[in-house]
Ligand binder design. Structure first.
Ligand code: 8GT
Ligand code: MN
Length: 628
């Protein structure tokens, strides 16, 4: 339990003129409002008051219990540090950070319960805690730059309440669809991006009304004003509570169902997934069938740990097939997010051209291990013409890829202990495949060590699919780990290259990007018939053994790797902004495949992301600062 408080501010909960008597003056609860709707927050405070628990409206040293709905202690600390002038270190001498579970137990008991392990928030895993703690950008650094790629946009920022509200409006506009709403959605997103880059919480309209991305936005301004004055926006609360919006959220959570289909189902008077399943007028696509069947799994956020396990499994398979293959986690995880809606894996090989045919082999091998529930493979549609004439800001690129539903074995969900991975692989091994279970080879399962490095079963450091003895003095980490890209950027240009094929890279530097001539997009037949489920009958993985997670595999040739990496790191808004910048300020076309200089009529090569920024005459932005 927390030490007794030093000063006691006797606060009962006063609501609608009711003052509840305080039964437990030794306790003082502060509820962190993040992730809790205003109405619920009020309800919780009232409940505490009714039960005789003092609740503090303001965080101060009298607080003994900081209750939060957030998942990790670090998230809470981040928020506290930003939202209070009180020294958080001092505060924690008296107070404990506890989960809502503690709060509920107290309310159930009608008395304070002791804080046990189950009430404590999880510690973020090593890699994430070692993230730079995202110091607030200084005013000078912010500069209200015209393009959001020109400013630092950290994941944890000062104006979440405002940006959440703006993003609800953005989502609503996206759901509504059509050109006009799509422009509205972009305006909300731009306003939100502008606020995310501000060096401190907005306290008055004066601080925002002249921001570049807010100047014309009456709606955005009205919303911000409302929240600043009232603490919430009735419009946003209304949207969140609206049946149409709630139903659209459910429907668009179905893999393969976009806003248009969602609207169609709603207009057919369908309101639940059961309604959709039962409706004879609805013909579901294969994707949607999987999407509905596996709805709960797919809508459970993927944790960083799960993403790491999946990466390790894929990297191990890839290494067996083609040593040296690199498998990198990109997307939100590489920008520091602790959860994501999917895992984006960028796959390449140091030797240009070796990546051809790799995807099919990797998928085949995963399929044999019963790890794929659904696959939708798209061939490369890359051509020079396609990327030269690319419409500005087009998200879709032309890489060979597979959108999949991955079966993550439950016993591996909480981290890949080598023995577990080994067991899984042994259990699913092809009877005729070569066994390397005894000897440690490059294909051995890998885990991430305490320093955030990828290590194999013997503790040897593995570099993106390649094994290096830890005695060697090369310090490396998973390039998907957050906060390492600066090092990685440097390594890519220097020591990192020693792991790639020097010839192929030297070649790549001297020549322009080689463009394959085929520009055919083929979508392979959906393999529902070949679904791994069928194999369940053969005594392999059964449905209760795994959880479904969305995994995207993207294959890139090495010459396009840096561009692909930057594109897939995102965020979407960052890409939009940097592509817009390239076009308007540099007269260049930037895509996930390359950078085309329209003035000099040539593609500009880059062996790492820093070089892309240099070509664009932009200051380098770390992935963790691309969260616009
Ligand atoms: P998440 O954490 O919810 O998964 O969010 P995310 O990881 O940031 O978004 P994502 O939808 O998984 O996409 C990852 C990034 O890849 C985005 O920034 C997106 O702009 C970028 N991207 C490309 N090319 C393509 C493409 O062809 N399709 C898709 N869906 N995304 C692409 O660079
Ligand atoms: Mn993603």
């Amino acid at each position: 339990m927390a030490a007794p408080m030093k000063r006691r501010k006797v606060v009962g909960v006063i609501k609608e003129s009711i003052v509840f008597p305080i039964k437990f003056p030794e306790i003082s609860i502060f509820i962190v409002d993040r992730k809790i709707q205003r109405i619920r927050l009020e309800h919780l405070k009232k409940l505490a008051g009714k039960n005789g628990f003092p609740v503090c409206e303001k965080l101060d040293e009298s607080v003994t219990h900081i209750v939060s709905e957030l998942e990790t202690r670090e998230e809470v600390l981040e928020i506290l540090e930003r939202s209070t002038d009180v020294n958080v270190g001092l505060l924690l001498e008296n107070a404990e950070i506890v989960s809502m579970r503690w709060f509920s137990s107290c309310m159930e008991e009608g008395a304070p319960v002791e804080v046990t392990q189950e009430h404590q928030l999880k510690e973020t895993d090593k890699k994430v805690t070692s993230l730079p703690s995202c110091p607030a950008p200084t005013k000078a650094e912010y500069q209200d730059a015209k393009f959001s790629c020109q400013r630092r946009t950290p994941l944890y920022h000062h104006n979440k309440k405002l940006t959440d509200a703006l993003e609800t409006l953005e989502k609503q506009a996206d759901f509504l669809g059509g050109d006009q709403n799509s422009s509205r959605a972009l305006a909300f997103r731009k306003a939100s991006a502008a606020l995310k880059a501000l060096p401190r919480p907005v306290r008055s309209m004066r601080e925002v009304e002249n921001l570049n991305d807010l100047k014309g936005g009456k709606h955005c301004k009205r919303l911000i004003q409302e929240i600043l004055e009232e603490g919430f926006s009735p419009e946003v609360e209304g949207i969140l509570d609206d049946e149409w919006f709630k139903t659209m959220k459910i429907f668009t959570g179905v893999f393969g169902c976009g806003a248009a289909t969602g609207r169609k189902w709603y207009d057919m008077k369908l309101r639940t997934l059961d309604d959709v399943k039962r409706c004879p007028r609805v013909t579901l696509t294969t994707e949607q069938r999987y999407g509905i069947d596996l709805y709960d799994d797919i809508n459970t956020p993927v944790s960083r740990q799960e993403a790491d396990v999946i990466q390790q499994i894929v990297a191990a398979e890839a290494e067996k097939i083609l040593p040296g293959t690199t498998v990198t986690i990109t997307g939100g995880f590489s920008r520091g997010k602790e959860t994501g809606h999917d895992v984006d894996l960028l796959i390449s090989h140091p030797m240009e051209g070796k990546e051809k045919g790799l995807l099919a082999m990797i998928l085949n091998s995963l399929q044999k291990s019963q790890l794929l529930e659904y696959t939708d493979v798209q061939n490369s549609s890359y051509s020079e013409a396609a990327i030269r004439q690319v419409r500005r800001n087009l998200t879709m690129d032309h890489f060979e890829r597979c959108f999949s539903i991955f079966r993550l074995p439950k016993h591996l969900k909480n981290g890949a202990k080598d023995s577990k991975l080994r067991q899984h692989r042994a259990g699913c091994k092809d009877s005729d495949s070569e066994s390397d279970e005894e000897g440690v080879t490059a294909a051995e399962p890998q885990t991430v060590d305490r320093a955030g490095r990828v290590v194999d079963a013997l503790g040897d450091v593995v570099v993106m699919g390649m094994t290096k003895r830890s005695g060697d003095d090369v310090e490396t980490r998973l390039c998907s780990s957050v906060g390492v890209s600066e090092e990685r950027g440097a390594r890519e240009g220097e020591s990192g290259l020693q792991f790639r094929n020097a010839d192929s890279l030297a070649g790549a530097r001297q020549t322009d990007i080689k463009i394959p001539s085929d520009d055919v997009t083929t979508i392979t037949p959906r393999d529902s018939e070949q679904s791994c489920r069928d194999r369940d009958l053969d005594g392999g993985l059964t449905r209760s053994d795994w959880v479904a997670r969305r995994v995207d595999f993207i294959i890139t040739p090495q010459s396009q790797y840096a561009y692909a990496l930057m594109g897939w790191i995102g965020s979407r808004m960052f890409n939009r902004s940097i592509r817009d910048y390239a076009n308007k300020e540099m007269n260049m076309t930037l895509t996930s495949h390359g950078l085309f200089d329209k003035v000099n009529n040539k593609f500009l090569l880059a062996k790492n992301q820093k070089e892309i920024f240099e070509h664009l005459k932009l200051d380098y932005r770390e992935p963790r600062d691309r969260n616009c």
